[in-house]
Design a protein around this ligand. Structure first.
Ligand code: NDP
Length: 263
């Protein structure tokens, strides 16, 4: 029996165990997926091997530590230095990032996206911004503080703090901050948000399972919006494919993972 896990702090809210176990159970794949509350990201590698895990997902705040814990990084994770999926390949730790493609899957139904405002400058913002730029989309990043914006200067078109921001028209505005996750905060001051949303076609939040104040504002303004559930599904399907090394059909993984959302 193979064992998989999600590492995070906090991690008790994570739906990943339910999602992956639903796939394993329904497709008779002999594996089990659990959650591990890890406070110190530098312990990730030792903990992973001590528990004899076959693979894992990594959530807040350890995605950058996960990148450093790996022996080899494959694909898009190399672009951003952020890893959310690790696989034990014969004792070698291989890291991937499935968040960005998971988000592209989530916004497939949003048409004609040519410019995007990303609110936040953490790991998720980094992954999504680089992925958008790969598709030649114009990207601006707005963050509460200046510090993390440095990493974006050579990647996106414009970076702003709340003070330096000037309003313009965006096709999509994405919240990648944790504002609204366990509080009722907007990701930036309400007056900025009100004006931005007046000129926006679509809105998305990385936070899932709740109507954040940000999404509520979009809803009040009759803007098409979605929470992070489809992103969660998208990244989960891609991670599960890596876990089972393509031994299960993607459509089947997707079917049962989606089913877990109604459990
Ligand atoms: P990080 O900790 O790397 O980044 C957090 C960002 O949020 C920083 O830019 C920080 O700004 C900003 N921030 C935090 N609190 C506030 C606040 N009260 N007001 C304004 N800005 C704030 O987090 P991640 O990028 O890893 O994750 C961000 C969110 O995305 C989380 O809620 C996570 O659950 C969600 N997520 C969802 C996924 C899904 O599948 N649906 C996948 C991945 C993430 P500053 O730099 O000023 O500190």
């Amino acid at each position: 029996m193979e064992l998989f896990a999600i590492f995070g702090d906090p991690v008790s809210h994570s739906r990943s165990p339910l999602m992956h176990n639903c796939v394993f159970k329904n497709l008779n794949y002999k594996a089990c997926y659990t959650r591990i509350h890890l406070k110190d990201g530098s312990q990730l590698r030792d903990t992973f091997f001590a528990l004899k895990l076959s693979g894992a997902n990594i959530t807040v705040p350890h995605k950058e530590a996960a990148f450093n814990a790996c022996d080899e990084i494959r694909g898009f994770a190399n672009e951003v230095g952020v890893v959310n999926t690790i696989i034990n390949e014969h004792g070698k730790l291989v890291g991937y990032n499935t968040d960005a493609d998971g988000f592209m899957y989530a916004i497939e139904e949003f048409k004609n996206i040519q410019n995007i405002l990303v609110i936040g400058a953490g790991g998720t913002a980094k992954a999504l911004s680089s992925r958008f730029k790969q598709d030649n989309i114009e990207v601006d990043v707005l963050n509460r503080s200046e510090g993390r914006l440095q990493d974006f200067k050579n990647v996106v078109d414009n970076t702003y703090t709340w003070d330096s921001f000037t309003i313009k028209k965006y096709d999509l505005v994405v919240n990648t901050t944790s504002a609204g996750l366990s509080d009722d905060n907007y990701p930036c001051p309400q007056d900025i948000l009100e004006k931005v949303l007046e000129n926006t076609s679509y809105v998305a939040d990385a936070i899932y399972g709740k109507l954040t104040p940000f999404l509520k504002l979009a809803s009040d303004k009759n803007i098409t919006y979605k929470d992070g559930s489809d992103m969660l599904l998208g990244q989960g399907v891609l991670a599960n494919e890596l876990f089972v090394n393509k031994k299960l059909k993607k459509e089947e993984i997707q079917k049962y993972m989606k089913k877990s959302f109604s459990l």
